[in-house]
Write a protein that binds this ligand. Structure first.
Ligand code: UDP
Ligand code: MN
Length: 242
C-alpha cells in the first residue's frame, strides 16, 4: 500500500490566495494518498479557504500559525511561512508515523510526476527547482553519477543552498530528530532546517528526478493584484477581499 504524502503549504490572505490554492489543489487532486496540511499565517482560518478545501475531496488539515509580531514589524526581508511550516512539523510529530513530507508554497507550480519521485524518499531527497534565483535554476549538480555541489544563484555561505521546493523528508527520519526546526531567518530557512536534521550530511542526500536532470517544480511568482472594487463583488459572488 502507498504511504501517505504530507504536503505542508503555508498561505496567507491576499487577493491571489484563492486562485493560487485553486491551482495547487487541482494539481494535488491528481495525486494518490495525499494529505494536505494548509496552514494560514493568521489567527483564524479563512472561510473561503475552508470551502475550497472541502470542495477538493482531498484529505486535509486547515490550521493557523501567525507570524510572530516581532518579525511582522521588521523592515526588509521577513521569514515568510516559517511559523506555518513549523506548525506543520508539529502536526506531523503528533499525528504521522510514516510516509514523506514536502514543503510546498501555495504559489509554486508542480508537475504531478514530482510526487511519484518524492515518494521514494528514505531520508532526505533533493531535486531541481526551475525559475529560481537569478540563475533560473536551483539544483544539486551530479557529474558522472556523483554529487559535486550545488548550483544556485545565491550560495550565501549556506551548507545546503537549495530552495524550499527542492527537497523532501521521510516522516520516520524527522521523528528520529525531535529538535529539527525551521529558523526565523530570512533567506536561511531551508539551510537552517536541513542543518537541524542532525546527523545529516550532503553524502546522505538521495537525488531524484533522474539524477536531478528533470525540472518538476518551479518557483513561479504571481504578480501582486489590486483588490477588486466592491462593485465587482456582486458579479463574482463570493470574493476573497482582505
Ligand atoms: N506566506 C505567509 N505569510 C506571509 C508571506 C508569505 O504565510 O506574510 C507564505 C506564502 O503563501 C508562501 C510562502 O509563505 O506559501 C512563501 O512566501 P512567498 O511565496 O511570498 O515567498 P517567495 O516565493 O517570494 O520566496
Ligand atoms: Mn513564492
Amino acid at each position: 500500500t502507498l504511504e501517505p504524502l504530507y504536503i505542508i503549504t503555508p498561505t496567507y490572505r491576499r487577493p491571489e490566495q484563492i486562485p493560487e490554492l485553486t491551482r495547487m489543489s487541482h494539481t494535488l487532486m491528481l495525486v494518490k494518498n495525499v494529505h494536505w496540511l494548509v496552514i494560514e499565517d493568521a489567527t483564524v482560518t479563512t472561510k473561503q479557504v475552508t470551502r475550497l478545501l472541502e470542495r477538493t475531496g482531498l484529505k486535509f488539515e486547515h490550521l493557523t500559525a501567525p507570524m510572530p509580531e516581532k518579525y511582522k514589524q521588521k523592515k526588509g526581508a521577513k521569514p515568510r511561512g516559517v511559523s506555518n511550516r513549523n506548525r506543520g512539523l508539529q502536526w506531523i510529530r503528533a499525528n504521522a508515523t510514516n510516509g514523506v513530507f514536502y514543503f510546498a508554497d501555495d504559489d509554486n507550480t508542480y508537475d504531478i510526476a514530482l510526487f511519484d519521485e518524492i515518494r521514494k524518499t528514505k531520508r532526505v531527497s533533493m531535486f531541481p527547482v526551475g525559475l529560481c534565483t537569478k540563475f533560473g535554476l536551483s539544483s544539486p549538480i551530479i557529474k558522472n553519477g556523483k554529487f559535486v555541489g550545488f548550483y544556485d544563484g545565491w550560495i550565501a555561505g549556506r551548507k545546503f543552498p537549495v530552495d524550499m521546493a527542492g527537497f523532501a523528508v521521510s516522516v520516520k527520519f524527522l521523528l528520529q530528530r525531535p529538535n529539527a526546526t525551521m529558523p526565523f531567518k530570512a533567506g536561511y530557512e531551508e539551510d537552517g532546517f536541513l542543518k537541524s536534521l542532525v546527523p545529516f550530511e550532503p553524502k546522505d542526500i538521495e537525488f531524484l528526478a533522474d539524477n536531478c536532470t528533470r525540472v518538476l517544480a518551479w518557483h513561479t511568482q504571481t504578480k501582486k493584484n489590486e483588490p477588486s472594487a466592491p462593485l465587482n463583488m456582486k458579479l463574482y459572488g463570493e470574493t476573497n477581499l482582505v
